[in-house]
Ligand binder design. Structure first.
Ligand SMILES: [Zn+2]
Length: 379
């Protein structure tokens, strides 16, 4: 049997108290004691410790019809924050994210991506002035995640495959050396998946398909990202959908990227708004292109579900344009291809809109903190 020391138990209790307050803002000491089956003096002791660490604060008194009204507690949501940055070919979106995964500050830097020290140095300067302007001290920052279009080494330090941005081998060092907190590159599809799972905490096993300008994916097993030996698990974009089909940027032909990415819809239009407004007006080219898109997507979903019988989450830039009919059509096309049954309820539309990559780049640091690793380190 594993042995725990008294200190370990104390740390765990402290962590449990913090988690309870995190999950139940404006709770009282008595509620915590009852929920955790811990004595009131013990809870008091932990509350004092957490207040001393400036992780929680009193937030008024609870209403009560009898006796003294109890003090309510809440976590200080910006006691620690993480920085998430989405690096795009023409700009960088910089976000400060609080302990509830919400954006509390944002800035956009217009800058063309280039895999050079000069680029990272300019990004670093902007992040440093962003922190200064918002009065974020470095000791409150849990980490800085840079969401990027490419595959990344397990330690987050460099691109192992960066054909979209032509940056294979590009290192984060110039940026990371300027900060005392952990900094890492994170694959953008993984970031988007992080955001979805944050919003859907009950989903433990999922296949996430990112229908963004470039296609991407991620596989979650038991709440953890499945990376594979070299981080290539979940790269659905290069599954062959059409043998000898359209040329893919990877050098092969007929990859899912060429049929299910947002870019694949933009043969005649510059952006998705234009494409979908023309489709809504009944433009026959757009209508036919969209149906073709949904049919290819159905093949991809069915194939992936055959490999892993998981919830399939559809996210990315295309999904906000989905109508009820589109989802019904996807499910119909998947059902027609399914070998085993007609139940397609496993296909769900992602909930996250907007800055999913930037938020998802910050979330691993927030999650690490909330999971209690931080508390164990400091007490
Ligand atoms: Zn490809």
């Amino acid at each position: 049997m594993e042995q725990f020391s008294l200190t370990d138990i104390k740390k765990k209790n402290l962590s449990d108290v913090y988690h309870y307050i995190y999950q139940n803002p404006s709770c009282s000491k008595q509620e915590i004691a009852t929920a955790l089956s811990v004595s009131l003096p013990t809870v008091s002791q932990h509350l004092t410790t957490l207040e001393g660490l400036q992780l929680i604060e009193k937030c008024g008194r609870l209403s009560s019809s009898v006796g003294r009204r109890a003090t309510a507690y809440q976590v200080i949501s910006d006691a620690h924050i993480a920085i998430g940055i989405e690096l795009l070919p023409d700009k960088a979106n910089i976000l400060a994210v609080n302990l509830y995964g919400k954006i509390i500050a944002k800035e956009t830097l217009s800058i063309a991506f280039e895999p050079t020290g000069h680029y990272l140095s300019k990004l670093k300067d902007t992040v440093q002035s962003f922190l200064k302007m918002n009065h974020y001290k470095e000791e409150t920052i849990l980490g800085i995640g840079l969401g990027v279009q490419g595959l990344i080494s397990p330690d987050g330090s460099e691109f192992t495959y960066g054909k979209i941005l032509d940056c294979t081998g590009f290192s984060i060092r110039t940026f990371a050396d300027a900060f005392s907190v952990p900094c890492r590159f994170i694959h953008d599809a993984e970031c988007a998946c992080n955001s979805e799972l944050w919003e859907n905490p009950d989903i433990k096993d999922a296949t996430y398909i990112s229908l963004s300008y470039h296609l991407g994916g991620a596989i979650i097993v038991d709440g953890q990202l499945l990376t594979g030996h070299t981080g290539k698990s979940g790269t659905f974009e290069h599954l062959t959908l059409v043998p000898d089909g359209i040329d893919c940027y990877c050098g092969h032909k007929g990859c899912a990227e060429c049929y299910c990415s947002a870019n694949s819809l933009l043969t005649y239009y510059d952006n998705l708004d234009d494409f979908f407004s023309h489709k809504a007006e009944g433009d026959p080219v757009c209508v036919s292109k969209w149906d073709e898109y949904l049919r290819h997507l159905a093949i991809l979903i069915n194939n992936l579900h055959m490999v892993l019988e998981h919830t399939v989450i559809l996210g990315g830039h295309v999904t906000p344009y989905f109508t009820e009919e589109d989802l019904t059509l996807i499910k119909k096309y998947v059902s027609e291809r399914s070998t085993f049954d007609d139940d397609t309820s496993y296909i769900i539309q992602g909930k996250c809109l907007g800055d999913t990559v930037g938020i998802g780049a910050a979330l691993p640091f927030i999650k690490e903190f909330i999971d209690g690793i931080y508390l164990f380190r400091i007490v």
